[in-house]
Design a protein around this ligand. Structure first.
Ligand code: MN
Length: 499
């Protein structure tokens, strides 16, 4: 992750003289200083000189465009700033924008307020003039309202910064496909050219045996060292297998992890898809290896699902370095529990779940797959943390991409599942099990999802808006009749939109 910065641009005008402009600069510098010192923001804010002319506004926004470290601009109207001055700058600006509806003073100074004070501190006035032109121009932006010293307000800026980094980083995601889409499967398919146009993702195919050669090239000593690390870190559950034979199976995954990572690094890819039916010279389906790569930040999609691979990578970038992060992974809706009052969806996959979402100890098991004709792959087995999260599915509807976001409550299963040799999560979709699943299936959501405990549906909606695609949320306020209407209106909107 780059050391991204966000620029703080204050709007004003010269109507009230230099003394007033000096105060504007002092105030905005103080706000930037305090925001940076708050400890709440994941990235630094850089103060920029007050914007009062069309030329300077245009120049500043163009500098923001070409500055590699700048991930977005925060604007604030300290006084009244005639908004026609902002048209050219905003026409040319291409990065995320946050309009900060704040004010230097928190309280009206009742005893001393006079006309000079009011003219100098007229954010309520200036922010409306500025917001008007943004709305007229149809510019997507985040709006944060409140005093800059308020922790809740600072948290909103922090959340937006992560969304902004997702928007900027999306176009740096490169997905390596070492297998095509699973035969006959619809929902994991999609238009890769349109994905590059919309999201900036580069999605390329490699013959699986090229990466298998990279795995083969990993030395025995490197493989041994990583296997030793596994044996130190995880509990080995032999379940009756011979210890030496078990270790050979685990070694195969260590060799895959090293070989895959070297190949991905050499070719500059940050996400990968595999397919149990297309393994070439690989001895095992990558299980433990893929789980470890996901934990390191790589995106992954199974059965050729490049959309999920890119989404997992994106969501990992958006949560990177987050304090108390609980994890992000690919998951798959597998099995229901339909007992009244205990309804939920068991989330798993054959193998490939990221241990960042694990709760408690992690074990390694070697078990046969019911599919594919390979050695029994070693995999990490665990259960997941409790708490709220979001499950995202990006589907291609032919004339557009739709991002479906379901807010879910992760809970523990009623009982343990000792015979199930995979990592699991278990969740209840919002607003409730029945409505959530009805809405998901109405919207055409997939069985594979990109899941995170550390992002909100609002963040994903803002990302989708910046990408110019449809986003729908299934959350606590969802009801089916409104949801059906929303889908119909969206169909109409996107059929009228040229692109
Ligand atoms: Mn699958």
């Amino acid at each position: 992750m780059k050391a991204y910065k966000f620029w703080f641009c204050t709007g004003s005008q010269d109507l009230y003289g230099d003394e007033c402009l000096n105060h504007v600069a002092e105030h905005s510098q103080a706000i930037v200083r305090e925001l940076n010192a708050s400890g709440v923001l994941p990235f630094e804010i850089i103060w920029k000189p007050t914007l009062i002319t069309n030329e300077l506004i245009r120049k500043t926004f163009n500098e923001a465009n070409i500055d590699d470290e700048c991930a977005g601009v925060i604007t604030w109207m300290h006084t009244f700033s005639p908004a026609k001055s902002w048209i050219l700058g905003h026409q040319e600006y291409r990065k995320p924008l946050l309009h900060f509806n704040t004010q230097f003073n928190m309280e009206i100074p009742y005893d001393t307020i006079d006309m000079d004070f009011m003219n100098e501190n007229q954010s309520a006035h200036g922010d409306r003039e500025y917001a008007h032109i943004l709305s007229r121009m149809g510019i997507a932006r985040e709006i944060v309202v409140g005093h800059w010293s308020n922790k809740a307000v600072q948290e909103k800026i922090a959340v937006w910064m992560r969304t902004a980094v997702g928007i900027i980083e999306s176009s740096h995601i490169r997905v390596m496909r070492v297998a095509d889409n699973m035969r006959n499967v619809a929902v994991t398919e999609g238009d890769k050219v349109e994905a590059q146009l919309k999201f900036g993702w580069e999605i390329d195919a490699y013959p699986v045996n090229e990466i298998a050669e990279a795995v083969d090239a990993v030395s025995a000593s490197d493989t041994k060292a990583l296997t030793d690390e596994y044996y130190e870190k995880y509990t080995m559950l032999l379940e009756g297998r011979d210890a030496a034979e078990f270790r050979r199976h685990v070694e195969a995954q260590a060799q895959i992890e090293l070989g895959f990572e070297r190949f991905l690094k050499e070719k500059n890819y940050q996400a990968i898809v595999t397919h149990f039916g297309d393994l070439g010279a690989l001895r095992q389906l990558p299980g433990l290896a893929i789980q470890r790569l996901m934990e390191k930040g790589y995106g992954f999609g199974a059965e050729g699902d490049w959309k999920v691979a890119a989404m997992v990578r994106l969501m990992k970038l958006m949560t990177e370095g987050k304090k108390d992060a609980k994890g992000t992974s690919m998951l798959e809706d597998y099995t229901y529990n339909l007992v009244p009052g205990k309804e939920g969806i068991l989330q798993a996959h054959m193998l490939e779940i990221c241990p960042s979402i694990a709760d408690g100890p992690i074990s390694v098991k070697c078990k046969p797959l019911s599919m594919g004709e390979r050695e029994d792959p070693a995999r990490l087995v665990f259960t997941s943390k409790q708490g709220e999260g979001i499950a995202c599915s990006l589907v291609d509807l032919g004339n557009r991409f739709r991002l479906i976001i379901n807010e879910v409550d992760c809970i523990k299963t009623e009982k343990e599942m000792p015979s199930l040799p995979t990592a699991t999560n278990f969740w209840v979709p919002k607003p409730d099990f029945y409505t959530g699943i009805e809405a998901w299936t109405l919207a055409g959501g997939a069985h594979h999802t990109a899941f995170s405990y550390d992002l909100t549906s609002d963040q994903m909606v803002a990302w989708a808006e910046a990408m110019g695609i449809e986003a729908i949320v299934i959350g606590k306020n969802t009801n089916i009749s409104d949801f059906r209407r929303e889908l119909k209106l969206n169909d109409m909107y996107y059929s009228l939109m040229k692109k």
